[in-house]
Design a protein around this ligand. Structure first.
Ligand code: UDP
Length: 265
């Protein structure tokens, strides 16, 4: 598929124009960033894994009636998507307390929440994506009551489904971030505006812990220097049973040769 001009470049993805009106090509980069861009690295193969994992999750959600922007994956790093206007809110769903929630409110790390908690953050890197209330969303018209109620309902449905999906492969879904967008009228063959799940769902945007060892299999490996991020993401893909194809991710190289002493008899 012929890529058109670059429409937008974010921290982990690039959006290009696609041949059909109302569609775009979403390209997954290997760039990793954390702490509002203060920590950066390029991690070879991350984009390929996120493309594949996100495709799998969004298609599974589609099967249970959650409409998403995904049309199809077109190659190792790219997917064809419906072009949407992103609602400037990050929807954070939490099942277990960690990360900014523990810091902000002093909640003990690892506390299992009685009910899933939905938080709203205003999407603005220069402000550090601040936490906002429902009232801010209405006051500044980020979206209307009907849309927010619809999205809230979608968030909990998605959480239910994903918690079950991950539980089945021995992974705890600790928390994750969702973004939603509006299709523009008369585009994507639609005459009405629709709210679609957009962006990505991957170990970059979720916290995923092994159910028994609580070993981290997500971007916290990078944030907290816990080891090899690719191994964690590959483990998620392997358990989801989507690591069949050749991903062209080079095997991890040892920087120092391993010396083996052979005792002479
Ligand atoms: N998250 C994300 N993008 C963001 C902020 C958060 O994908 O810009 C995800 C993050 O990976 C985690 C969840 O949302 O799964 C909750 O993040 P938290 O607010 O605890 O972020 P922290 O400040 O600890 O990174």
């Amino acid at each position: 598929m012929k890529k058109g001009k670059k429409l937008y470049e974010g921290k982990a993805k690039i959006l290009y124009a696609a041949p059909d009106k109302g569609t775009a090509i979403q390209h997954f980069k290997d760039d990793a960033t954390a702490f509002n861009n203060q920590k950066k690295a390029i991690i070879e193969g991350k984009g390929i894994l996120n493309n594949r994992i996100s495709e799998h999750i969004l298609s599974s959600l589609n099967h249970i009636g959650i409409e998403t922007h995904l049309i199809k994956r077109i190659n190792m790093r790219e997917q064809l998507i419906k072009l949407v206007e992103i609602i400037p809110i990050e929807f954070i769903i939490r099942n277990i307390a960690t990360g900014s929630l523990t810091k902000r409110l002093g909640i003990e790390e690892g506390t299992i929440l009685e009910k899933p908690l939905l938080e709203f953050c205003y999407k603005d890197d220069s402000l550090g994506d601040p936490l906002i209330a429902r009232e801010h969303i209405y006051a500044f018209n980020y979206c209307d009551v009907k849309t927010l109620n619809f999205i809230t309902n979608q968030c909990f449905r998605i959480n239910d489904f994903l918690q079950g999906m991950f539980k089945g492969i021995g992974i705890k879904l600790v928390d994750f971030k969702l973004e939603f967008g509006r299709t523009r009228k008369n585009e994507s063959g639609s005459t009405t505006e629709k709210i679609l799940l957009a962006d990505e769902i991957s170990p970059d945007t979720c916290r995923l812990w092994d159910a028994t060892s609580e070993k981290k299999l997500d971007k916290d490996i990078f944030r907290k220097d816990l080891g090899n991020l690719i191994k964690g993401y590959q483990e998620v893909a392997r358990r989801l049973d989507i690591l069949h194809e050749q991903t062209n991710i080079r095997p991890i190289k040892f920087t120092k040769p391993i010396a083996v002493k052979i005792k002479k008899k």
